[in-house]
Design a binder for this molecule. Structure first.
Ligand code: SF4
Length: 104
């Protein structure tokens, strides 16, 4: 069983070394449909790189799992909110600078 997010990614970025999910079972962060997301979110709430993690997921349009303390549904809402606040069209790909420039 994989531990933390790093083993499932094709790209390693420095903030991942600080991830609070390191050492935790990856399945917590990829719950099956309808499963409880609270255990993953509780770990994310203690994470010092939560903002970077969320920015990474938003920028890369990651469609599954809990990233930065948000589920995919919550990230979809957040992407929509960011696009609206920036005056970008719906479905316009968010760039790192749109999110805050600290995603990688
Ligand atoms: S915010 Fe959550 S998923 Fe992201 S690195 Fe931190 S603990 Fe892991």
């Amino acid at each position: 069983m994989s531990k933390g997010l790093t083993p499932i990614l094709f790209e390693h970025v420095p903030w991942m070394d600080e991830a609070a999910c390191q050492g935790h079972d990856t399945s917590i962060f990829f719950p099956t449909r309808g499963a409880d997301t609270a255990p993953a979110k509780a770990i994310c709430a203690t994470c010092t790189v939560r903002k970077e993690c969320l920015g990474f997921a938003l920028h890369n349009q990651i469609r599954s799992g809990i990233w930065g303390g948000m589920s995919e549904r919550e990230r979809r809402v957040e992407r929509r909110r960011l696009r609206l606040s920036l005056g970008l069209p719906y479905n316009y790909p968010l760039r790192r600078v749109d999110i805050g420039g600290k995603t990688a």
